[in-house]
Structure formats: structure tokens, C-alpha cells
Ligand binder design. Structure first.
Ligand code: GCU
Length: 390
């Protein structure tokens, strides 16, 4: 090897593994700890949350002492003869440095009322509004198909992360975290952007708690990819979310870190240092030292419902590792009488599996949030919430 080749090899990104046979042996941390009954579970759940705050996502700001809402509405045409309400909710949070404002866009089915409040999906969205606005004139568009969602009798709320923590390592702390005096140099458990995004989704639940036409007891949280990581964590922290959905969330989301398949902890920390807390760096190339792994988040959703969606060609996100998180959450769900999931229950491409409060599908194709995914979420929610799709 010439000196030049040696230099090039050193500068090249580390190799990523896409070969199942090369996945190292690993032992996952125990889900239950000392808990062995449903009564013990809240205590164990709290320990798991604390571990993830300290080692992975950091400590998010507290819920605001006071939060107020202002709304403005338009009527939009769903293209199937129905009219849908498009409601912009401006949320004002009282923070130590004064009022902090962000917005959520909600599409509501016409049937929503105080008499018949509807369930909803809080969709955490990371693309800036200016770049990729939701499409009020495109109700079928895959990413946020508000036409079919409202036709099924549910609302969808788009939570824009750019309002609270821009997805940028130099500016992520310039909004919400600044309002809480948490900007600048971070302690080891300092809040990362993913936790800040989840905080914003929780404010939508605050809104549902006082809006007459939205049912605060039936809110699912989801996001795609980086926002799927945020949703995975938000749904654990805030147990008011009734269903927690990971859409292709991969490393730092549903995928088991110890498998080191596709994206790794070292890679994600070097590319996106602002997503996690500084302590997460300690596990770069050192996954076995993590006191947790991502299956403990699936477990910590129990006894609520959790869903993992993967895409067959999304190797970077480790689809098998995403599903295995659900499987490895067995002990927590079994405490509540749910049947076990086995690795061999993993769906074929195009298939779905539901066991008790857990569900999963493997969509054909690559990384994305598509109609196929949404159709499965609507079915799962209807079954879990006990409602027919209209
Ligand atoms: C990158 C990153 C992933 C992330 C994805 C996304 O590929 O490595 O972790 O999920 O971006 O958010 O689209």
C-alpha cells in the first residue's frame, strides 16, 4: 500500500455491516430489573426513563407551568365530497424567560364535536415549513394523507420541529432550549434535539386535554426516520400517548444498538451530534457498555400500545433490529397478559403482525412514510381504540 492509499483508507468512513452473519454476539440488558408484577412496573418504567435521559437523549425541559392556545381554521376539500377542518393551533408556553410560541397544524374530520371527540395522530415532522409544507391541496399525499385519515374518523396533527429545535447542530438550542436557559455548552445529560421535538408533541396532548373535539385518551405519536426516533422517545416519556409508532426510525430509534447493523452509534453521533446528549458519545464503538438498549423503550410503553414499521430495503435503519426491539420487550408485555412475540413472527415483505398491544409491518421498498404505512396505522388504531374505520 502506498502512503497515499494508506491516508485514503484512514480517511474513509468506517465500514458498515449489512451482513446478518457478521452481527456480533451480544447480551441485552434486562427489561424487568426487580419488577415482577404490574404493580411494580411503574417504578421500573421510571428507572428506564431516567437511564435513557442520562445516557441517550438528555433531560428535556419540564412541561410548562402554563400553556395557552389560539386557533384559526379554514375548510379544505378532501377531494371525496367531504370538507375537512384545517386548524392551526398556536401554542404559547410560559417559560422562565417568558412566553415561547410554536404551532401545530391539525386536520379534523367533520364529525368531531364535544359529543364525539376523535382520536388523533401527532406526526412529528422535521422538514422545515418553508421547504416542504403540508399539502392542504393534496389530501392523498403519502407523508401526511389527511384525506384518508379524516375519512377513517381521526385527526392528524403536524408538529413542526423547526419551531422548537432546528435540525442543525449549531442552532438546535436557539429556540426552546434557550427559553429554558439550556442553550450553550451542555452537561453530559443535556437535552438533545430529539427530546426537544418530543416535548413539542406533548404540547399537542395538552391541547387535546382542553379541546372539546379531540380525545386526549386516544392520541398516537409517530414520526418518520429522525422524527421516528423522537416519537419513540416522546411516547415513552409522556404516558398520555396511547399508541407509540416508529416509522423507519433505525439507529437511536427502534433498532437495537448492539447489533451494529447499518448505522452505528459512532456514526450517528459524528453526523448528528445535536440529536442526543453528550454522554451518548461514550458508547461510540462501545455499544456493549450501554446500560440500556432500544428494546427497553418498546418495553417502557407497556401497558400502552407500540408499533414498529420497517421497510424491506431500508438496510441503514436495520429493519430486523427494529423488529427485534419489539420481541425483546416481551417481559413487560407479558406482565400485562399479552402473548409473546418470537423472532420468527417477523412479517414477510408486505405483511403485518399484531400480538396483543404490539404490532409491526414490513413495507416493500425503501426508507419513507407512505400510504401503505398509514393504512396499517389506521387499522391498528381502530382495533386498539375499539372503533370501526368508517
Ligand atoms: C440519516 C441518519 C438516520 C436518520 C435519517 C433521516 O440517514 O443517518 O439516522 O434516520 O437521516 O432522518 O432521514
Amino acid at each position: 500500500m502506498t502512503a497515499l492509499m494508506l491516508l485514503a483508507a484512514l480517511a474513509a468512513p468506517p465500514e458498515f455491516n449489512y451482513d446478518e452473519a457478521e452481527v456480533p454476539d451480544y447480551t441485552l440488558p434486562d427489561v424487568l430489573g426487580d419488577a415482577d408484577s404490574p404493580e411494580d412496573w411503574p417504578g421500573r418504567r421510571a428507572e428506564i426513563v431516567r437511564l435513557f435521559e442520562q445516557h441517550v437523549y438528555g433531560v428535556a425541559p419540564p412541561a410548562p407551568e402554563k400553556v395557552t392556545f389560539e386557533t384559526r381554521s379554514k375548510t379544505v376539500d378532501a377531494g371525496d365530497g367531504r370538507e375537512v377542518e384545517w386548524r392551526t393551533v398556536t401554542i404559547t408556553n410560559q417559560t422562565p424567560s417568558g412566553p415561547f410560541t410554536h404551532e401545530v397544524e391539525v386536520f379534523l374530520p367533520a364529525g368531531a364535536s364535544a359529543k364525539k371527540p376523535v382520536g388523533s395522530f401527532a406526526l412529528i415532522r422535521y422538514t422545515p415549513r418553508s421547504k416542504d409544507p403540508i399539502a392542504p391541496d393534496e389530501p392523498e399525499r403519502g407523508y401526511c394523507p389527511w384525506g384518508p385519515i379524516t375519512a377513517a374518523g381521526y385527526a392528524v396533527a403536524v408538529v413542526y420541529v423547526d419551531d422548537v429545535a432546528p435540525d442543525d447542530k449549531t442552532r438546535f438550542d436557539s429556540k426552546l432550549l434557550k427559553a429554558y436557559g439550556m442553550d450553550g455548552e451542555r452537561p453530559l445529560d443535556g437535552c438533545g434535539a430529539l427530546a426537544a421535538w418530543g416535548w413539542a408533541a406533548s404540547r399537542f396532548v395538552d391541547y387535546c386535554e382542553q379541546a372539546e373535539d379531540l380525545d386526549a385518551g386516544r392520541v398516537a405519536v409517530l414520526g418518520h426516520s429522525r422524527a421516528g426516533k423522537a416519537a419513540w422517545w416522546a411516547g415513552v416519556r409522556d404516558d398520555r400517548f396511547s399508541i407509540v409508532i416508529s416509522n423507519n426510525s433505525g439507529c437511536g430509534g427502534a433498532a437495537l444498538s448492539r447489533r451494529r447493523f447499518g448505522e452505528t452509534v459512532a456514526r450517528i453521533n459524528s453526523s448528528f451530534p445535536h440529536w442526543f446528549c453528550p454522554q451518548f458519545d461514550a458508547y461510540n464503538g462501545n455499544e456493549d457498555a450501554l446500560p440500556i438498549d432500544q428494546h427497553m423503550l418498546a418495553a417502557a410503553v407497556a401497558p400502552r400500545a407500540v408499533y414498529v414499521a420497517s421497510a424491506a430495503e431500508d438496510a441503514w435503519a436495520d429493519p430486523r433490529g427494529e423488529f427485534l426491539s419489539l420481541v425483546e420487550a416481551n417481559p413487560a408485555f407479558e406482565l400485562f397478559g399479552d402473548p409473546a412475540l418470537r423472532p420468527e413472527d417477523r412479517p414477510e415483505v408486505g405483511g403485518t403482525v399484531v400480538r396483543g398491544r404490539r404490532g409491526s409491518h414490513l413495507r416493500p421498498g425503501g426508507h419513507g412514510l407512505e400510504r401503505f404505512d398509514w393504512d396499517r396505522y389506521l387499522e391498528f388504531a381502530a382495533a386498539y381504540w375499539g372503533e370501526e374505520i368508517k
